[in-house]
Design a protein around this ligand. Structure first.
Ligand SMILES: C[S@@+](CC[C@H](N)C(=O)[O-])C[C@H]1O[C@@H](n2cnc3c(N)ncnc32)[C@H](O)[C@@H]1O
Length: 228
């Protein structure tokens, strides 16, 4: 996929727009799982540009990412950042982690970011259950931001070539319907699941890239009130 660099850049633009959107909704805490090697602007830079007191917990299971993160992700003095080495496939270990508990107040709204990471969770690892476990721990008024690789926009004849390098099955592109299934029970912000290229991209400089050159779905959802 020769446009993979473009895809990564567009995915980051989506992350920025989504974090700005949540910040404007009053969210001041973010849990960024599968945060990746730091690249500016990072989640805390985006959120703390709007409110310097914002608190962000970064999570990744790659020790190299954590080394870079600890060196580079310095919080604004009024806010706070923390970095956990933890695995999305064990969401309880993230939620129980003392660094998370010491940084975020789970009784207050949190923006949960699962940006370009769920496609590394196989079907037999229960991605829907993982999302549900994390969402259940969030206070009403919280939000979920997701982006996810897809082959929806690809011509059928290209699929064997795209799947060929994925011999261990670690990478799992999902369709719009499959992604909707992972987000079951959440209230999607209009316009629902869209290409990262298009999700609230009206202010991005044009022309926008072709959706098939980016091949990533995006969604932002509100965590509903829990039944009493
Ligand atoms: C494609 S990068 C996305 C980085 C960033 N979220 C972004 O969108 O630019 C995926 C990241 O998820 C991390 N990752 C993959 N599987 C993970 C897992 N099971 N638990 C935690 N992190 C994981 C990888 O180490 C990598 O840093």
């Amino acid at each position: 996929m020769p446009t993979v660099r473009l895809a990564a850049v567009e995915n980051r633009h989506f992350l920025r727009r989504a974090v700005e959107f949540l910040s404007r909704q009053g969210v001041r805490q973010f849990l960024d799982v599968g945060s990746g090697i730091p690249t500016s602007p990072n989640t805390h830079e985006i959120a703390q540009a709007i409110d310097p007191t914002a608190r962000i917990v970064y999570v990744d299971n790659d020790p190299l990412v954590l080394t870079h993160a600890r060196a580079l992700l310095t919080s604004a003095p009024a806010g706070r950042t923390a970095y956990l080495g933890a695995d999305l496939r064990d969401p309880g270990s993230i939620l129980r982690h003392p660094e998370l508990r010491g940084t975020l107040d789970l009784a207050r709204p949190v923006g949960l970011l699962l940006v370009a990471v769920l496609h590394f969770v196989r079907d037999d690892e229960d991605p829907a259950g993982i999302v549900a476990t994390l969402v259940d721990a969030l206070a009403p008024g919280s939000w979920v931001v997701v982006s996810h690789s897809t082959f929806d926009f690809m011509p059928a004849e290209m699929l064997p070539r795209l799947e060929a390098p994925n011999r261990d099955g670690r990478f799992r592109a999902r369709s719009r319907e499959e992604l909707a299934g992972l987000l079951g029970g959440l209230d999607l912000v209009e316009p629902g699941i869209q290409s990262v290229v298009q999700w609230w991209a009206g202010d991005e400089p044009g022309p926008r890239p072709a959706v098939e050159d980016v091949a990533i779905h995006a969604a932002v959802a509100r965590v509903p009130q829990k039944p009493v």
